[in-house]
Write a protein that binds this ligand. Structure first.
Ligand SMILES: Nc1nc2c(ncn2[C@@H]2O[C@H](COP(=O)(O)OP(=O)(O)OP(=O)(O)O)[C@@H](O)[C@H]2O)c(=O)[nH]1
Ligand SMILES: [Mg+2]
Length: 354
């Protein structure tokens, strides 16, 4: 203690007054932050925003509530049916023959909005999953079917899912695909940090709703799917998926609403990216990239594309962080999110001008 205080009583009094003032300011700012921290999840469709939102729900509560579990039983059943139908139609587009015509016809007759998978449905899906034609399209499906990983996961678990007493596990719910069409908002308190998380739909038709959530945003977590680095543009698309992400990012960082907003970029689907990169048949499709297939070189280049957009925007001095993430991995994504929260809150406190 002694070494901190001077022998001058006026100096000590002044120090104590200043300390009290700082503590009170910090306290006020903390309350303000806790009330107002709004984290907005943005990014193109199928980049992992809602998967992350569910992971945060899980991080706070340890489990999903009964209402969510019931809702996801229906979503997962529909996922199984629609994903197998998509695989069959992809085989058809690629002129790859599915041998099992019998089960294909039966699959066609199952309504897309069926709320449960019967034993009979399960047999149809299993038979098709093992069809040599469907197996041949795996490498294409990995690239072209946005939820291929979810399909693999669900088809491997189809016996459990088709049980009449099936109740989705946390892992099942994390793997489910449900395209967001409304704005989902929830308040959380994690490790003492209180914040509001807002999830929106990223498909083109959903993006015009975004502007309604911009006001009062303290931080944006922007999602990029690393798998987009391999996807070629289809006939109906004018630009590649990665370019689409870059364009959306460009719009956001130039948006006056976000002049003082901290931006965190999650380069997501790292697991799939690594798998695709390891197969030399998967061509990289990254604007102006001339480098090798070395993991670090490729990822650093992708990161630089986004950081450069921010640096040349009208607001280059905003705080910006980035992480390589895998939103289906609960442990890893929780650690990344805790680091993110720490950076967001502590940084805001540092901004206080004493
Ligand atoms: N393998 C893998 N799959 C992921 C990862 N993140 C998300 N997914 C899957 O990708 C699909 C799309 O994820 P969503 O979270 O629904 O994507 P979104 O950004 O909310 O999509 P929209 O609501 O359409 O904007 C789902 O099937 C997820 O299970 C990841 O890191 N790795
Ligand atoms: Mg979503």
């Amino acid at each position: 203690m002694g070494c901190c205080y001077s022998k001058d009583p006026f100096y000590n009094q002044e120090m104590r007054r200043r300390n009290k003032e700082i503590e009170s300011l910090l306290h006020k700012q903390k309350i303000k932050l806790e009330k107002e921290t709004k984290i907005l999840l943005l990014g193109a469709g199928s980049t992992g925003k809602s998967t992350f939102f569910r992971q945060v729900q899980l991080l706070q509560n340890g489990n999903f509530n009964q209402e969510t579990v019931i809702e996801f039983r229906q979503i997962i059943s529909r996922n199984c049916i629609s994903l197998m139908k998509k695989l069959c139609s992809l085989a058809n587009n690629l002129n790859i023959e599915i041998k099992n015509k019998f089960d294909m016809k039966k699959l066609d007759k199952i309504p897309n909005n069926k709320d449960f998978i019967s034993q009979e449905d399960s047999e149809i899906i299993k038979n098709l999953w093992n069809d040599s034609g469907i197996q041949k399209i795996y490498p294409y499906a990995k690239l072209q079917l946005e939820s291929f990983e979810s399909a693999v996961y669900f088809f491997q678990n189809i016996d459990r899912i088709s049980n009449e007493y099936y109740s989705p596990t946390n892992e099942d719910i994390i793997h489910a695909r449900y395209q967001t069409r409304s704005i989902q908002e929830e308040e959380f308190t994690i490790k003492g940090y209180h914040f509001r998380l807002v999830d929106v739909g990223g498909q083109r038709s959903q993006r015009r709703k975004w502007i309604h959530c911009f006001e009062g945003t303290t931080s944006v977590i922007f999602f990029v799917s690393l798998t987009n680095c391999f996807q070629q543009k289809s006939k109906e698309q004018k630009i590649s998926k990665l370019q689409e992400s870059l364009d959306i990012f460009q719009y956001l960082v130039s948006c006056p609403w976000f002049e003082r907003t901290t931006v965190v970029i999650f380069f997501n689907k790292l697991d799939l990216f690594k798998e695709l990169l390891s197969d030399p048949n998967n061509e990289l499709n990254i604007p102006s990239y001339q480098g090798s297939r070395d993991f670090t070189e490729v990822t650093e280049y992708i990161v630089s594309l986004f950081l450069n957009i921010n640096s040349s925007s009208d607001y280059p001095s905003r705080d910006i962080y980035h992480f390589l993430t895998c939103a289906i991995d609960s442990d890893k994504i929780s650690s990344v999110f805790l680091i993110t929260l720490h950076s967001l809150f502590e940084r805001s406190l540092e901004d206080l001008d004493f």
